[in-house]
Unconditional design. Structure first.
Length: 92
């Protein structure tokens, strides 16, 4: 599975979590949830530099803030995958 697909899958799983477990309440700590999900589903196996939960959570949070500031012409998953590649974290 490619990196954008992994991020999209995490987003779909998180949406389900928000709707079922949180009963539709916004999860302000979504970066940590995404990071845990991604790490549990093998993300580090496709990274050149394995990340801890805290590192990945912060990266996702920062990436989303930057994505919002630039107006996001592509999906967040594609944008974040490109950020991982640009940072040299992802095995391309």
């Amino acid at each position: 599975m490619n990196l954008p697909d992994r991020l999209t899958q995490a987003g779909q799983a998180h949406h389900h979590y928000e709707q079922t477990t949180l009963k539709g309440v916004y999860d302000a700590d979504w970066p940590t949830w995404y990071a845990q999900y991604l790490l549990e589903h093998g993300l580090n196996s496709c990274l050149a530099t394995p990340l801890t939960l805290a590192q990945l959570s912060q990266f996702l949070k920062d990436s989303y803030q930057h994505y919002q500031s630039v107006g996001g012409q592509q999906s967040w998953a594609d944008y974040t995958a490109n950020q991982l590649i640009a940072a040299g974290i992802h095995n391309d």
